[in-house]
Design a protein around this ligand. Sequence first.
Ligand SMILES: NC(=O)C1=CN([C@@H]2O[C@H](COP(=O)(O)OP(=O)(O)OC[C@H]3O[C@@H](n4cnc5c(N)ncnc54)[C@H](OP(=O)(O)O)[C@@H]3O)[C@@H](O)[C@H]2O)C=CC1
Ligand SMILES: O=C1O[C@H](COP(=O)(O)O)[C@@H](O)[C@H](O)[C@H]1O
Length: 490
Amino acid sequence: MAHVHRTGAFDFIIFGATGDLTRRKLLPAFLRRFLAREFGAEARIICVARTAHSTDEFREHVQQDLREFAPDVARDEDKLREFLGLLTYVALDATQADADWQAIKAALPDPERTRVFYLATGPSLYASVCEALSAHGLITQHSRVVLEKPIGTSLATARAVNEGVGRFFPEEAIYRIDHYLGKEGVQNILALRFANPALEKLWSSEAIEHVQITAAETVGVGSRGPYYDEAGALRDMVQNHLLQVLCMVAMDAPASLRADDLRNEKLKVLNALRPMTPDMVRQNVIRGQYTAGRLKGEEVPGYTQDLATKHTSSTETFVAIRTKIRTARWGNTPFYLRTGKRLATKTTEIVLQFRPQAWPIFTNMPSPGRLVIRIAPHEELSFVMAVRDPGAGGLRVRNATLNMSYEHTFSIAYQDSYERLLLDAVRGDPALFIRRDEVDASWRWVEPILDTWQQGLTPLEPYPAGSWGPASARALLARDGALWHEDMLT
Ligand SMILES: NC(=O)C1=CN([C@@H]2O[C@H](COP(=O)(O)OP(=O)(O)OC[C@H]3O[C@@H](n4cnc5c(N)ncnc54)[C@H](OP(=O)(O)O)[C@@H]3O)[C@@H](O)[C@H]2O)C=CC1
Ligand SMILES: O=C1O[C@H](COP(=O)(O)O)[C@@H](O)[C@H](O)[C@H]1O
């Protein structure tokens, strides 16, 4: 039976409650945790956006959304009604200091309760929302604020967002969410490394030839075109998710699992990333944009057709990066990061490629082994290693795979990472949220790449939808004699 960690009463206030994120992720996540009895009917979820709705009308919309986005759990009518009863809707323009903030206050009668403000609007509103919350006496001693990504679009704008919010909330009450940190497979990196001393002994340049971190998507930009065209893959995925995963793979053991011990170690990794000069960007960063192609047997349009509003765009939908971490542990191991839309398959994975045998005594050595931590489409650990090829006569070796699939090993249902993170914010556990100095360090590393691109110093390479990105992404690894995972034969 799954362990249930029940929370006390809380008030959760979502700004941006009619938006895509709330509809597809946040409210379905809350419903699932409610059904898992992690919280009860005493919780209040106050939903705020500009669109005029009564609470009843809003609940009606949410009911339809839950049927669409959480069909497996939205079937129990009584429970669904009970959950919808926790929701209150407040229509308010959060940019207006004189809007009806009292309506939110009225929905929050108990200042002693845990109060979580979740900002799921665009980040340009974060500081003004916090200012209004403060001006209307809504921030209590028991309040926290959760900030959705992106935190800024550059180091300067990220600082402005953080300073704006920091005027009203202390750093320990600011929870910057990165949903990749809530993924089971990403958290399992900690268990894998720090609960298996034997494995941790292999975890360095001595045994590991290279590391690849891939977040490949088959989807295009969908309805988020206006946001994405401003952001691009580097800001949307690398600055946050991929760098956080890299930190989990590369960091040294923290003194404890307490938030600041973890964050201190992650920060050291970010600060040890080899800085990107324009020359380094030219040699080590590939950017691409998808064109029309075929995916899962169907014709799909190119990026600018998906945008529909423009004929040309210089926004990258694919990035591949080769980097190094300047530490004794990792100095000789390249890290390859890659993400893109409209790629051949939905795959999120980390591959740790082991070094070859220094003095092979077998004549038919297969490729050196590797550890694959797969996060999507399903969670799985695979250890590829050389074994004796069974049979009489001679001693031949070949690769075979030890596999651990989460689905087959654990009875616990797959949890969307938001389920875990929302409840962590309620419980006041910031370990899986990003500290301000991590945001700064990530931007500091990413910004020279953006600057180099802006100066037109590297080409934007087209790739057909359904492929693995521009051919040069392959060449990036070939230079080191390495292959991307999908190109490895065994
Ligand atoms: N969608 C996703 O998958 C992800 C989104 N994010 C981030 O989450 C945030 C929200 O994204 P998403 O839901 O896609 O965006 P949407 O554009 O779909 O939603 C924005 C929400 O903000 C509300 N809003 C906008 N302006 C105001 C205002 N002045 N006062 C009050 N409410 C306002 C809108 O409601 P109304 O128009 O009714 O006011 C709407 O509810 C963004 O920062 C995004 O980058 C992060 C990761 C994934
Ligand atoms: O934050 C984002 O992540 C999603 C990919 O998330 P995943 O959990 O499906 O791997 C991406 O599609 C989106 O563009 C980005 O904003």
